[in-house]
Write a protein that binds this ligand. Structure first.
Ligand code: ADP
Length: 513
C-alpha cells in the first residue's frame, strides 16, 4: 500500500492523493454510527482525466491494491462514498466534472462522471438550451453514479438506467473501450442509438465491479409547451390497493408519462419536524397522530405526485382522463397546476413541482431529522409487480417488522409502468448507537422476509450486499456464477470494487461465504 500510494503521488501529484485521517473522514458512510469504522478507506485518489484513471488502475494492478470507485459519492442510505472492503483506495471522480457536449436537436448530453445534477442543470440553463434533465430528489449526486446504481428521477426520462446512451469505460487492465455506436472510431450515433453490433455491454458496467465509467451519454427531454405537476390524495389506509390498480393503466398507456411517486402521510410529518413534535410516546404512532399530520400538513393518507407534459390540448385531455379514473375512488382528489414550460424555473413552487421538471434542490434533507440528533437512514427497496395486491402485501409484511424494531414505517413507492419500487427509509438518529444498531439488525430480517415472499431488492447497502445478492438464487445462484466468471476474466487480480453487489474476486470468495 505504501509503495502504491507513492506511485499514485508520482503519477497524479500530491494534491490528488489523500491519506490523512482528517481528509479521509469525508469518505465515510455519513449515516453509520460515528464510532463504527468497518467501512473505511486507507487512501483516496482524485484523477482529473481518463489517462489518470488508467494510471491509477495500472498502479493498483501492479501493487495488488483494491480500489473503490464513486463519482460524487452521495449514494447515502446505501453506504455513501465508503468502500465495501475496508482499506480500499477510493477513486473519487469528483474532479472529472465537465459536460462535454449538449445536442439540442437530438436532446442528449455527454457527461463526465463527476457532473452533478446541479452541474448539468446549470449548464443547460447557462447555454440557453430548451432541454430538461431528470434528477432524483437530491441534486448533489452525480448523473453517472446515480444512473449506474439504477437510480430514479421523476421526468419521463426518470428511469435513469434506461435513459443512458453510450459509455466509455476503463477496464482493470487499463484499456479503455466505448460501448454501442461509440465502438466505431468516429462513430456519429454514440449518444443517439443505444446498441451497436453484438451483445450490448452497457449493463455489464452498471452496479458492477468490471470497469470505471469515464463518460456517459444521457437522454434529455425537450422543454414542453405546458407542464402540469399534479397531486392526488386519498384518505384511507385501505385505499392503496385501488390507488395502484387505477394508476397502472394510466402509466402503462402513457397517459401519465413520468415516474409517479406514492407517499404515506407519515413522510409529510417529517418535513422540518421531529417525531417528538407530533408525539412523545413510545411505540408506533397512534392513528390519531397520523390523522393530525394529515390535517395540519393538508395531505392524504396516501399522496401521489405525477406530472403531464406537452401541448396544452394534449395535457388537458390527459388530466381529464386521470380525473375521471380516480373519480371512481371515494374521497380521491386530483389537483393539477398549469405552468408554461419556458417559465418553469419561476413558477415551480415546491419540491414536487421542481423535481418533476428536473430542477435540482436539497430540500429533501429537511426530512432527515425525524428522531432528532443527527438524522440518517438505511433505504430498503424491494421491487414488486405494479398491482394493488402486491403493494398491500408488501405493506402488510413490512409494517409490523419495522414497528417491532421500535422504528417507524412511512413507505413511498416509485411507480413504473409494470413495477413498483418500495422505498422504505429506515430512519434513525446516527448519534444514538442503540437505535442505529436496531436499524442495522432490522435490515437483514427485511431482506430475508421479502425474498421469501418473492421480492428482490433493486439496490443494496454496502453492509448487506452479500445477503441481498444471496437471495438471487435461481438455478443454484446461476447468475452469481456468471458474474464471478466475468469478474475472474476481466479483473483477475480483483482490484476493482471487490464485493460490489456480492461479487468477490476469486482470492476472497471463499473467505467471504
Ligand atoms: P452519486 O454520484 O449519485 O452520489 P456515487 O458516486 O456514490 O453516486 O455512486 C454510486 C455507486 O455507483 C458507487 O458506490 C459505485 O459502486 C458506482 N459507481 C459510481 N460511479 C462509478 C463509475 N464512474 N464507474 C463505476 N462505478 C461507479
Amino acid at each position: 500500500m505504501t509503495r502504491a500510494v507513492e506511485a499514485l503521488v508520482a503519477a497524479l501529484g500530491a494534491d490528488a492523493v489523500l491519506t490523512s485521517e482528517e481528509e479521509l473522514r469525508q469518505f465515510r458512510d455519513p449515516y453509520s454510527f460515528p464510532g463504527w469504522d468497518d467501512l473505511t478507506a486507507s487512501a483516496a485518489v482524485l484523477p482529473s482525466s481518463v489517462e489518470e484513471v488508467q494510471a491509477v488502475v495500472r498502479i493498483a494492478h501492479e501493487h495488488g491494491v483494491p480500489l473503490w470507485t464513486h463519482s460524487q459519492g452521495r449514494n447515502n442510505a446505501y453506504g455513501g462514498p465508503a468502500p465495501r472492503l475496508r482499506g480500499s483506495v477510493i477513486v473519487s471522480l469528483r474532479r472529472m466534472n465537465r459536460v462535454l457536449e449538449v445536442n439540442e436537436e437530438l436532446a442528449y448530453a455527454l457527461v463526465e462522471p463527476g457532473v452533478s445534477f446541479f452541474d448539468l442543470y446549470e449548464h443547460l440553463r447557462a447555454g440557453g438550451y430548451r432541454l430538461w434533465s431528470s434528477m432524483p430528489d437530491l441534486g448533489w449526486g452525480s448523473v453517472v453514479g446515480n444512473t449506474l446504481e439504477y437510480g430514479w428521477g421523476y421526468t419521463p426520462n426518470g428511469d435513469h438506467a434506461s435513459s443512458q446512451c453510450g459509455l466509455e469505460v476503463v477496464l482493470a487492465n487499463g484499456d479503455v473501450l466505448r460501448t454501442g455506436m461509440g465502438a466505431i472510431d468516429g462513430g456519429r450515433a454514440w449518444q443517439a442509438h443505444k446498441r451497436g453490433l453484438g451483445p450490448s455491454a452497457d449493463g455489464l458496467f452498471m452496479q458492477s465491479s468490471l470497469g470505471i465509467v469515464t463518460k456517459m451519454g444521457v437522454w434529455l427531454m425537450p422543454e414542453p409547451e405546458c407542464y402540469v405537476p399534479c397531486r392526488l390524495t386519498l384518505r384511507h389506509e385501505s385505499d392503496l390497493e385501488a390507488l395502484v390498480d387505477t394508476l397502472r393503466p394510466l402509466v402503462l398507456d402513457r397517459t401519465i408519462p413520468n415516474v409517479p411517486l406514492i407517499g404515506h402521510a407519515l413522510g409529510a410529518g417529517a418535513w422540518g419536524a421531529t417525531r417528538a413534535d407530533w408525539y412523545q410516546g413510545d411505540g408506533p404512532l397512534p392513528d390519531e397522530v397520523v390523522e393530525r399530520i394529515m390535517r395540519e400538513r393538508g395531505v392524504g393518507r396516501w399522496n401521489v405526485r405525477f406530472a403531464l407534459y406537452g401541448y396544452e390540448a394534449v395535457v388537458d385531455a390527459q388530466l381529464e382522463l386521470v380525473e375521471r379514473a380516480f373519480g371512481r375512488i371515494p374521497g380521491a382528489e386530483v389537483v393539477g397546476k398549469r405552468i408554461a414550460g419556458a417559465e418553469v424555473a419561476d413558477h415551480a413552487a415546491n419540491l414536487a413541482e421542481r423535481a418533476q421538471a428536473g430542477i435540482p434542490g436539497l430540500e429533501m434533507l429537511e426530512m432527515l431529522n425525524w428522531w432528532g440528533g443527527e438524522g440518517g437512514h438505511l433505504d430498503f427497496s424491494p421491487v414488486a409487480p405494479l398491482t394493488g395486491k402486491d403493494a398491500v402485501s408488501l405493506v402488510r409484511l413490512l409494517r409490523p417488522l419495522v414497528e417491532a424494531a421500535g422504528l417507524d414505517y412511512g413507505p413511498a413507492f416509485i411507480v413504473t409502468p409494470r413495477s413498483l419500487v418500495h422505498i422504505c427509509p429506515i430512519m434513525y438518529d446516527t448519534t444514538n448507537e442503540r437505535q442505529v444498531r436496531a436499524a442495522y439488525d432490522l435490515y437483514p430480517v427485511l431482506v430475508r422476509e421479502t425474498a421469501k415472499a418473492g421480492f428482490g431488492l433493486y439496490r443494496a447497502h454496502l453492509q448487506f450486499m452479500d445477503l441481498v445478492a444471496e437471495q438471487y438464487d435461481w438455478g443454484g445462484h446461476a447468475l452469481r456464477r456468471l458474474n464471478e466468471k466475468l469478474k475472474d476474466a476481466l479483473d483477475p487480480k480483483g482490484i476493482l470494487s471487490p464485493g460490489k453487489q456480492g461479487v468477490w474476486p476469486a482470492s476472497l470468495r471463499e473467505a467471504r461465504r
